[in-house]
Design a protein around this ligand. Structure first.
Ligand SMILES: NC(=O)c1ccc[n+]([C@@H]2O[C@H](COP(=O)([O-])OP(=O)(O)OC[C@H]3O[C@@H](n4cnc5c(N)ncnc54)[C@H](OP(=O)(O)O)[C@@H]3O)[C@@H](O)[C@H]2O)c1
Length: 211
């Protein structure tokens, strides 16, 4: 079992944290709003604790569960306290009107995070293509939800994949960190499908393996 720290106390923390606690992991919730963190920890139950926002996370895996517009400042604020940690970037750097991305043209969210994170932190993009309300339900009877991930460090990806698998979800490694750009675009794909064809939000992107 792993010690997971999650920075942020919103919908994604509730979803990932909920599955993690059920799977027997310990989850530390770190929020700028200590009262929100306490309320969420109470909801998550045994195995969840609150941590102080900005203090050294107790988890070896630290999930960055704040909006993209905040994440670079948050990572800078934590600074060296994230040294040696495995950072899981779940953010989607998408404009609020869904017309494009908040990142520089020649970059992408995970890369921008890597630029401000301690040099010895590993960055793995994961979970960003799964809506929190779908994730919260966990896997369905007939199939596991797919969690796409991307990163440069094979060991870090193995650890994140093991964590994903322990939640009853199916890890799908998409390749090196530059593929995080594609995963960020995949969120835009999800939004386009929701608007133009599926017409509701209760679905997830996944891989079909016929036969
Ligand atoms: N929602 C989804 O379905 C979904 C799916 C995949 C990925 N994601 C990504 O996951 C991340 C979290 O999403 P969410 O749905 O959990 O968001 P959320 O419910 O809005 O929660 C965001 C959390 O970030 C905190 N926060 C916001 N600005 C901050 C700042 N400047 N400094 C420190 N903390 C700050 C909020 O604190 P306060 O409560 O104090 O504002 C809150 O705890 C986002 O990057 C999102 O793009 C979301």
């Amino acid at each position: 079992m792993s010690n997971i720290s999650i920075i942020g106390a919103g919908g994604m923390t509730a979803a990932v944290g909920g599955l993690a606690v059920k799977a027997g992991h310990t989850v530390e919730v770190m929020s700028r709003d200590a009262a929100k963190a306490r309320a969420l920890v109470e909801q998550l139950g045994t195995g969840a604790t609150t941590g102080t926002f900005g203090a050294a996370p107790t988890g070896d895996i630290v999930i960055l569960a704040v909006p993209y517009i905040a994440v670079l400042d948050v990572v800078k604020q934590y600074g060296g306290k994230l040294a040696g940690k495995l950072l899981v970037d779940i953010t989607n750097p998408i404009k609020s009107d869904f017309t494009g991305f908040l990142t520089p043209e020649d970059s992408f969210g995970a890369q921008e995070i890597a630029k401000v994170a301690p040099a010895d932190a590993d960055i793995v993009k994961a979970f960003n293509t799964l809506p929190s309300h779908v994730l919260a339900v966990g896997s369905f009877e007939r199939y596991s939800l797919d969690v796409f991930l991307a990163g440069d460090d094979a060991q870090a990806k193995t650890r994140v994949s093991a964590f994903i698998g322990s939640l009853g979800l199916r890890p799908m490694d998409a390749g090196p960190l530059f593929m995080a750009r594609t995963l960020e675009h995949a969120c835009m794909l999800w939004l386009g499908l929701m608007t133009h064809s599926v017409k509701h939000a209760h679905f997830s992107l996944g891989v079909s393996l016929p036969g």
